[in-house]
Design a protein. Sequence first.
Length: 330
Amino acid sequence: MIKLQCNLLSGLLILAILLFFSEMNFAQTAINRHEMPEHFFLTSIEADGVKLFTKYKGAAIAYNKRTKEILLYGEINDDEIIIIHKVKHEIVFNPDEFRSCTYSNDGKVTLCSMLEKRTEIVCGIFNWVDESLVYDKYESTDESLEIIKRASLYLKQQKAVEALSAYDSLRFPESYINTEEVAAKILKAMRPVVKEQADKKKFKEAVALYQSALTYRGWKWADEIESEDEMKNRFGKNLFGLTLPDFHDILVEYLLYLNEARMSDQVVKLYPKYRKWFPSSTGLLLQIADAYYLKKENEKAGELYSAYVAKMKELKKDKQIPDYVAQRMK
């Protein structure tokens, strides 16, 4: 029994000695930068001429993408580096969006990166103590939060153009906002702005404003809508404050201003999509008839005007038919 215990202790002692020398060998072995495994990110600590090590030329930080470990290295020369120690930390680091790694005169080393699909810059702050790194804290800044705050204020102030411009400047909008909600709110806020331009007979300006709102990324889902029922289901009672009847009227106004701006080819292009959503719309029907008339395709225009008049009479709205319709049907 005593012999067995002695053998066990001897074995453990030998193992400890081997591990000790193994670690010592690991710590003492220099490698070239190009020998770092591919899953390691390596960057020098920019110290602006300050000598961080007495023994080495400079300092570098390596990040293991697999284990998320951070390691401190000494730079022997431009090529050779040697490991100093592992660095405990509590930061989220994204090596694919590395920003900076600097030493400041207050004895701090700051390692910064931008988070994936965000504009948030996260920086780990380390203290440089006795030629080693000691984790202190992390800080973060995000320009997108200020943009969103400004855009929201613009919307409250009914400044639709400024709000749209601000939201459009977001680099990763889906990470910060509900783009569908923003799209609906911007379109609703844009309507009085458009009307102001149209009242001044500035139809191209009115078209440009509606187009900017209707092509905002938050409306991409609408391209997949194939029927009136699908559109009704999507809107429900309203879509973030925008009702389906208001959406219909906005589309009719958009086509109207396109015709007024002598951009009838665009009306012909957009009409089939809008008709799928509102197949019974007399407003859309009138605009497509006007478009063909302006394109001097009188036969096609006449057919559409006839369909429009018949539909209006069916709805008992014949008194609302514009006077010019009868003239164009002759």
